[in-house]
Design a protein around this ligand. Structure first.
Ligand code: HEC
Ligand code: HEC
Length: 324
C-alpha cells in the first residue's frame, strides 16, 4: 500500500512540476512567433462601391477599437475589455509608413485580417480575425484603409505596447492561434434568402456573436455557431466608468431573451441607434451599427432560428454589482 502511495505521489509531483514548467515557459515565451507566411500578391481595385462598403465595415469594427480621441486610427487603451487579459492597446493603423501600416501591401493586409499573422510571422492574439467575412467585404475594408478618408491619414503617434497577463500568455500558447487562410471563396449570400443573409450579417459581417456569447476564450471564429453560449450573452465587459456589464441575451428565450422585449422595428432601432423600446439608451461597449433596416431586420429573423438559451443577464449584473 505504502509503495503504491509513494508511486502515486511521485507521479503527482511530476505532473505539478510539468505544469509549473509549462506556466513559466509560457510566462517567459509570451505570445509565440510563427513561420513567416507565404502571402499572395493581391491588387484590389479601389471602386467607389468598395470604398463606401469599407467605410461602413470600418465603422462597425476598426474604428471602434483603433480610433484615438481625435478620431484618427492611431490606437487606444482598450479599457472596455476584461482586465483578465492584461493591459491592452490597439495599434496605429493609419497610413504612416513607420508606425502605421503605410508600407503594408494589399496581400499582407488581407492575410493578416483573415489569420492574425503578420508577414514576419508575429501574431496578433487580441485583434479579431475576420474568418467568415466575405472576400468582397474584407477587400472593401482594405480599399478604405488605403483611401483618402480622414481617420487613416498618416499620423506618427504610437499607442503604448500591450502588457499581456499570464492568463493571456497561457491562452496564446494553447488555444489562441493563427487561423487558417480560407481555401475557398467566401461569398455574401443572396439578400432574398433572408435567413442566410441575416446569419451572414450577424456572424460574418457584424461578428455580433463575439460579444453576445458566453466566454471570449471559448469562441470558434471558423464556426461561430459552435461558440459557447452562442447569442445567449453573458460575456463580461466594462462600461465607460469601469463597472461590470454583461452582454445581452439575444436568443428568443421567452423569459430572459428578446422574444417579448423587442418587435422587429424596435430591434432595428436598438441595433442602429442603441435606443431601447422604452426610449432608454443601450450602454457601451454596445455601439450604434451602421446597417440598413433590411440588414438589421434580417439579423432579427435569423436570431429566431438560433437555439434558445436561458440566461438572466439583468440578474447577473445585479449580483456582480452587489458583490463589489
Ligand atoms: C477588439 C478590438 C479590435 C478591433 C475590432 C480591430 N482591431 Fe486591429 N488590433 C487590435 C489590437 C489589440 C491590435 C494589436 C495586436 C494584438 O494585440 O492582437 C491590433 C492590430 C492591428 C493591426 C496590426 C498593426 C501592426 O502594425 O502590426 C492591423 C493591421 C489592424 N489591427 C487592423 C484592423 C482593421 C482593419 C480592423 C477592422 C476591420 C481592426 N483592426 C479591428 C484590436 C482591434
Ligand atoms: C463590443 C461588444 C458588442 C458587439 C460587437 C455587439 N454588442 Fe450588442 N450589446 C453589447 C452589450 C455590452 C450590451 C448590453 C448593453 C446594456 O446592458 O445596456 C448589448 C446590447 C444589445 C442589445 C439590447 C438587448 C436588450 O436586452 O435590451 C441588442 C438588441 C444588441 N446588443 C444587438 C447587437 C447586434 C445585432 C450586434 C451585431 C450587429 C451587436 N449587438 C454587437 C455588446 C456588443
Amino acid at each position: 500500500m505504502k509503495k503504491v502511495l509513494r508511486i502515486f505521489l511521485i507521479i503527482v509531483g511530476f505532473v505539478v512540476v510539468a505544469i509549473l514548467g509549462f506556466v513559466s515557459f509560457a510566462a517567459v515565451r509570451g505570445v509565440p512567433d510563427y513561420d513567416p507566411p507565404v502571402v499572395q500578391d493581391l491588387k484590389i481595385e479601389a471602386t467607389p462601391a468598395r470604398l463606401a462598403r469599407g467605410a461602413k465595415i470600418a465603422q462597425m469594427h476598426c474604428i471602434a477599437c483603433h480610433a484615438d480621441e481625435n478620431k484618427q486610427l492611431t490606437g487606444r487603451h482598450l479599457s472596455d475589455l476584461p482586465s483578465l487579459f492584461g493591459t491592452l492597446y490597439s495599434m496605429n493603423i493609419t497610413q504612416d509608413k513607420t508606425v502605421g501600416i503605410g508600407s503594408w501591401t494589399d496581400g499582407e493586409l488581407y492575410y493578416f485580417l483573415r489569420t492574425g499573422l503578420r508577414k514576419n510571422g508575429t501574431f496578433a492574439p487580441i485583434m479579431p480575425k475576420f474568418a467568415t467575412m466575405a472576400d468582397e467585404d474584407v477587400q472593401s475594408v482594405i480599399v478604405w484603409l488605403k483611401s483618402n478618408e480622414a481617420p487613416v491619414q498618416p499620423v506618427a503617434k504610437e499607442a503604448p505596447k500591450s502588457e499581456f497577463s499570464l492568463f493571456a500568455k497561457l491562452l496564446a500558447n494553447t488555444v489562441i492561434k493563427p487561423l487558417p487562410f480560407p481555401e475557398k471563396a467566401i461569398l455574401i449570400p443572396d439578400s432574398t434568402d433572408e435567413l442566410a443573409f441575416g446569419r451572414y450579417v450577424a456572424d460574418g459581417l457584424g461578428t455580433c456573436y463575439a460579444c453576445h456569447s458566453a466566454d471570449f476564450t471559448k469562441q470558434d471564429p471558423l464556426h461561430p455557431e459552435l461558440s459557447e453560449g452562442y447569442y445567449g450573452g453573458g460575456n463580461e465587459m466594462k462600461t465607460a466608468d469601469g463597472k461590470p456589464i454583461f452582454t445581452a441575451n439575444l436568443t428568443f428565450d421567452e423569459e430572459t431573451g428578446i422574444a417579448k422585449k423587442y418587435t422587429k422595428p424596435q430591434f432595428i432601432q436598438a441595433v442602429k441607434a442603441c435606443v431601447r423600446p422604452d426610449g432608454g439608451l443601450i450602454r457601451g461597449p454596445m455601439f450604434p451599427h451602421q446597417l440598413t433596416d433590411y440588414e438589421a431586420g434580417a439579423i432579427f429573423e435569423y436570431l429566431k432560428t438560433v437555439p434558445k438559451i436561458k440566461n438572466d443577464i439583468a440578474n447577473k449584473e445585479k449580483e456582480a454589482l452587489a458583490s463589489k
